[in-house]
Write a protein that binds this ligand. Structure first.
Ligand code: HH2
Length: 257
């Protein structure tokens, strides 16, 4: 899954895509490089960020989605109104970092349209989530949360076969929590739904390779953790540098298969 952030303030420093032509060209490049789907988002979820209105989110993502009609698209949104418009333009997946907790109408939009859905774990909200996150056992808590949200989605009419689950790397977690979640990814895979991991460029990688103040993880570190996640059963890797990940994952797959 290639990441296309149509935001001025993404943590990964790629907020270059506010011009729809540039964002769409980037997405086409990712698809050409082998991405199975591109995830278009108009609201940054970086630690400390404030939300944006549905109108502003639509203003950012619709011109990009229009240019990508007919391509495999996911929309990174927590808002029913944004999801509805994106689905009309052909989005086949809704990626909700709040796991259907933010907008009571989103579950119905996904259920009625028959799109795929990603449910992600987040502790707190982006504005406050990195204020000393604590868990007893992070993996069991994330697992219980994802099981509960999966049951909720299914009770709201979403087909279970259309749901993937995501531990939410960097969302209310320390660097150690993030690495623990990948180390023990098998426990989340055991829920029985495909698992998506989005570790690309995240600050836990930056801290590991470039010191405590570094914020943006390198491509090489992102690829390394993606291969580790893939070996532990991840099905979808959400990444910024598609070509490098495709090459590394092909090489890893040649050994694993
Ligand atoms: N991470 C980000 C945004 N959306 N969605 C899922 N399912 N999983 C993730 O790990 C995830 C996500 C944050 O990364 P990015 O999109 O690069 O930055 P920003 O939110 O600052 O635009």
């Amino acid at each position: 899954m290639g990441v296309v952030n149509v935001t001025p303030d993404s943590f990964s420093g790629d907020g270059l895509y506010l011009r729809p032509q540039v964002a769409a060209a980037e997405a086409y490049g990712m698809l050409e490089a082998g991405a199975a789907i591109v995830d278009v988002g108009g609201e940054s979820t970086r630690p400390g960020s404030e939300g944006v209105t549905a109108d502003e989110e639509l203003r950012r993502v619709l011109p990009v989605l229009e240019r990508l009609r007919g391509q495999p698209l996911s929309v990174d949104t927590s808002k029913a109104e944004v999801a509805r418009h994106a689905i009309e333009l052909g989005a086949e997946m809704v990626n909700d970092v709040t796991a259907l907790r933010a907008d009571p109408e989103l579950a119905g939009v996904v259920a009625d349209s028959g799109t795929y859905l990603c449910l992600m774990h987040m502790r707190g909200e982006p504005r406050t989530m990195q204020e000393s996150p604590r868990y007893g056992d992070v993996v069991s808590e994330v697992k219980a949360f994802l099981e509960e949200r999966l049951a909720f989605a299914v009770s709201a009419g979403v087909r279970e076969a259309h749901v993937c689950l995501d531990p939410g790397i960097g969302f209310g977690k320390t660097a150690d929590h993030n690495f623990e979640l990948v180390r023990r990814l098998g426990e989340l895979v055991a829920i029985g739904r495909p698992v998506l991991v989005g570790f690309s460029r995240k600050s836990a990688l930056a801290k590991l390779t470039a010191g405590p103040e570094a914020r943006v993880g390198s491509t090489a570190a992102s690829v390394g953790i993606a291969v580790a996640a893939y070996e532990r059963g991840a099905t979808i890797l959400r990444v910024h540098d598609v070509r490098e990940h495709i090459e590394a994952l092909r090489a890893a797959a040649a050994v694993l298969a």
